[in-house]
Write a protein that binds this ligand. Sequence first.
Ligand SMILES: Nc1ncnc2c1ncn2[C@@H]1O[C@H](COP(=O)(O)OP(=O)(O)O)[C@@H](O)[C@H]1O
Ligand SMILES: [Mg+2]
Length: 310
Amino acid sequence: MLIKAKGIKKYYKKVRAVDGIDLEVRQGEILGLLGPNGAGKSTAISVLSSLIKPDEGDVFFKGESILKNPAAIRKAMGIVPQDVALYPDLSAAENLKFFGKLYGLRGEMLKTRIQEVLELLGLNGRAKDAVKNYSGGMKRRVNIGAALLHHPEVLIMDEPTVGIDPQSRSHILGTVKDLNKKGMTIIYTSHYMEEAEHLCHRIYVMDHGKIIASGTKEELKSLMAGDDLVLFRTDRVDEGFLKALRGNLKVKDVSQTDGNIILTVQKESDILSDIFEAASASRVKLKSLEVKTPTLEDVFLYLTGRGLRD
Ligand SMILES: Nc1ncnc2c1ncn2[C@@H]1O[C@H](COP(=O)(O)OP(=O)(O)O)[C@@H](O)[C@H]1O
Ligand SMILES: [Mg+2]
């Protein structure tokens, strides 16, 4: 096992940012850490990379405690933080030079690496422009470049596609896949389900500081294999109607998102007549109704009780 985190806790006063998590990172995988905003993802990876000390627990990098020996993991890791940290008046090449020096690169070696990284991230054409004139997506790519200069064994990316244009986004996702194919281990945090589905070999789902599910996407999907989802809209919100649904023995879960009511029911439970009866008893009008097989996104909604984009 490349990295093993055991019993990690990190509290900020009363906020349980990370509340007792265990996780493993395997050599050569893309590991997804997925969860809504505030789930504890950034805090968890800050502990993993020894940027902050946990209140409890430890992380083992190649079997060795990072509390005892933080230098080993720091050297092996490249970290792309959630917030872009660049010098706006410097060009991409100059920014990379600054970060390269921080990592101890010098001279020809540094020059070569800057060229390679600019190429990899598709920034060559604008390498000499001041970063302040870049789009959000281009800034983000420079940030990723900074984390790659020293050829890290493990790359940690914290929500690298938030708030950027679709073109930069697909460029970044493609880069992640390429780096991984060449052998780099990647830890990728996101609140976009479809990114994790596209990229990750394994996924940990976090919420409220805890890991609430883990596995391959197939394993996660199988959590709802026996279920159907019934989605419908009503003309108004009626507590009596919702209560009747929650009390129905065929209904495993009731949630609401984007004005839809979503019932999780056992497959082929012939729930529809119950819904019509409850609606008519509460004088609620059904506006639309759809029965569907759960997607991975639905599994997350079911697990976290809220949409990942809340
Ligand atoms: N430095 C800090 N001081 C106080 N509270 C914090 C700090 N960092 C994070 N938190 C809180 O811890 C929780 C988890 O935050 P974070 O790890 O940033 O989650 P995520 O990255 O999943 O959005 C949130 O409630 C956040 O407000
Ligand atoms: Mg975060």
